[in-house]
Design a protein around this ligand. Sequence first.
Ligand code: BGC
Length: 938
Amino acid sequence: MDQQYIKEHKIGVPYEGFAEFTRKVAAEGVVLLKNDKNVLPLQKGEKVSLFGRAQINYYRTGTGSGGSVNVLYTSNIVEGLRTKKDVELNENLVSVYEEWIKENPFDDGGRAWAAEPHCQKEMPVTDELAKEAAKHSDKAIVIIGRNAGEDKDNTPGEGSFLLQQEEINTLETVTKYFDKVVVMLNVSNIINMSWAEDERFKDRIQSIIYVWEGGIEGGNAVADVLVGDVTPCGKLTDTIAYQLEDYPSHENYGDADVNLYREDVYVGYRYFETFAPEKVQYEFGFGLSYTTFETSTNAQVIVDKDSQSTIKLQVAVKNTGATYAGKESVQVYVEAPQGKLGQPAKKLVTFAKTKVLAPSEEQNLVIEFKVADLASYDDSGVTGHKSCMVLEAGEYGIYVGSSVRNCVRVAFKTSTGDKTGYVVDELEVVAQLQEALSPIKEFTRMKPGKRLDNGAYELTYEAVPTRSYSMKDRIEKNLPPTYPQTGNKGITLRDVADKKATMEEFIAQLTTAELATIVRGEGMCNVKVTPGTAAAFGGVGDSLFGYGIPLGCAADGPSGIRMEGGYKATQVPIGTLLAATWDAELIEEMYVFEGKELLRNEVDTLLGPGMNIRRHPLNGRNFEYFSEDPIITAKFATAQVKGILAGGSTGTLKHFACNNQEYRRSFVDAVVSERALREIYLKGFEVAVKEGGANSIMTTYNPLNGFWNASNYDLNTTVLRNEWGFNGIVMTDWWAKMNDPIEGGEGTATNTAAMVRSQNDLYMVVANDGAEINTWNDNTVESVKNGSLTIGELQRCAMNICEFLMHAPVFGRKQDFSSSVQFYSPMEKKVEDGEVVNIAKNNQVPMKENGNSIIEAKAGTYLLVGKVRNNKGNEAQSACKLLINGETALVMQVNGTDDKWTLIRLTRVELGDGQYEIGLSGMTDDMKIEHIEFRDIE
Ligand code: BGC
């Protein structure tokens, strides 16, 4: 894409109205945990002092691919509050912070991959400063900032999960002089909250509020909440326990090689409410408002028959406060009978949210769900129905309320009289499925024992059932047909779309080499698609393109479009905040804007939603995800995907599945029972496929029960396609590993035959222009030759990819790469002295750290090749811009090379006779570029 095209098509121009909408969302995801004596909202005429640098250095997002959106601006909290005329900001204190920040600038780790620290150095708050501030203000707000991200898990210590000493000092000093203190958390995920109970300042911290990271409008949104323009209505989607060690996954998290998921389905509140209620500081679903609500419920079973029945709840919610309008979420939980399987004490079934209710206003909500949604998976056969979704006999208590604890059991009206729950007389099989993905390794998992006096259950363990079928038989019995290869018969993909030929006839034309090419995505920063994006796929290479297969474009995600090189997009709040709204319709509406922005930027799929389960608070990517709960995850992923589809593009569900830690993410084996997979870790994906219409999925880096997900047959074929009916593409994560889907063994990044066999369609990514000539040196063609992969299996992936592209926005775009050479005219003014490199004599142009190089060229077309190194590992993603005469010639990807010099092919340019200035911009600390070669190709 050349600069003119980029301008003409408004690439890099954020979509109108999108930012404004994100502000509304950012405010609604705020979670108020404490608000003694109604210290918030700030009242008219009140003066407020802000402490903590995040008031200025506001975190709008987490780090890594999921956060790297180039934005036009980020509103911070100071700016947000300045627009609120009714309250007065202590500007003297703001200036003190501004001055200090000048001396102590924000440490972004040189913008290198995963290098930004978890927290920033904080300004020491002296007694004088706090005392002086207190003289002039009524209230203080202490803002704590934290960050984490991809390849950068949180750490258990100070400055990450715990407060750093300077923050504790600030709390001590500020609470000495102020008796009305608000602590605000501008964080990417929950942190330890023991300070909230600390006797030293407990009573003076009257309010605690999680504002998370709210995207570009986050600062404004925070101000909206602080002054009461918006009443907080967010709720936690995680349990905050007193200590990290309290989380059920803790002892089996963070290993380098294997993590046993021994907590099984007892993730988050499902564990705490069942076994350890005393360990909870703030419960799942909790969040306060400036007003109060009363909720009353009537329950009714619509067709009182079987699992196909619908349960209908009529919930009346009334704003019982006198001053503030607000919204309330209504949460529905089930307490299923323990039966033979064992059950969490409570499980979220569904939820809804009211509109903004004025004081005394009431709304009647109708919330419906299927009895089948209450079923569980029997992976052992203990109920007599192995591999089935079952409803065990007994009474299912249904609870409605505003958190997992603040909820009331509802009475049922049924045809056989009033009941205290939904009664299943005899075990019912809801669905007969097929054993899949079961572990090979033996281990034990949690199960409730007898009920204790305090209502909790004794914690016991049982053996997890291991795999009882032959993967070899399963794969061999289900081999797809091979369509005899015909060679080029002149059928194009357009002919298939126009129904002039079938997809099978079209695909049959491709040679084995072409089929092996189409399963390779190229990137990052492929110059043929939107600059600075993650991948180009489909029509990679001249021959595929010649068949009319377009070149699709994929970009990160999920919080906005990541375009390296400075192209701008709208950044929405982090996933944690989105889910904390408990308002899936609102998020769907916001993602319609995203879909439109994707369309404008010619991106065919956003690499998001990120939707892994927050199994443990230290996972660096928790900010991209929604919750510890699968139903929350399912609803928000579905909302995102539907919104993007409605806006005109598509979303890619990731990471499928169990990417629950960043440390050693390409190696660590997640060992999980089939039940936990189906009820917890796969649930969100299932719903987003079945109800959201998702047509693109990214697998994870890690293996699951011994098989790398990028080549996991049960995951990508048995469950995803055969059971859920998914009809779309599956791609690997970037430079992922695969192992044999039958034998297992070591994972390697070139075993694309294993990938294809499992029906993971696309390898992301090989070098740009490298797909056709197999620069990655993968084993696809060789495996067809030696008979370990069939042509039919390859054709099946090729069809999936073409089918996707036929329905993607790119199919309606004009693409022409024949004139992909950019022309540059020489500088008007010649440089007389200095070191001018004559590229006819020496085509290697040294790249200087500061300043540009001048070249003398003779007219011609040149292929640019860079000699680069990056001191990080292969998965590190860094990019910069190559400038010719100050104009962007391309965004170049310099991902990790383990600090070895490497040559990378860049782009072709046409130059006239004369001098040119060659430079770089946006270099990050991890990369070095020695020279750019100008290879004359005419
Ligand atoms: C991340 C993915 C991301 C991809 C492309 C990987 O490092 O895990 O989530 O979409 O890179 O940037």
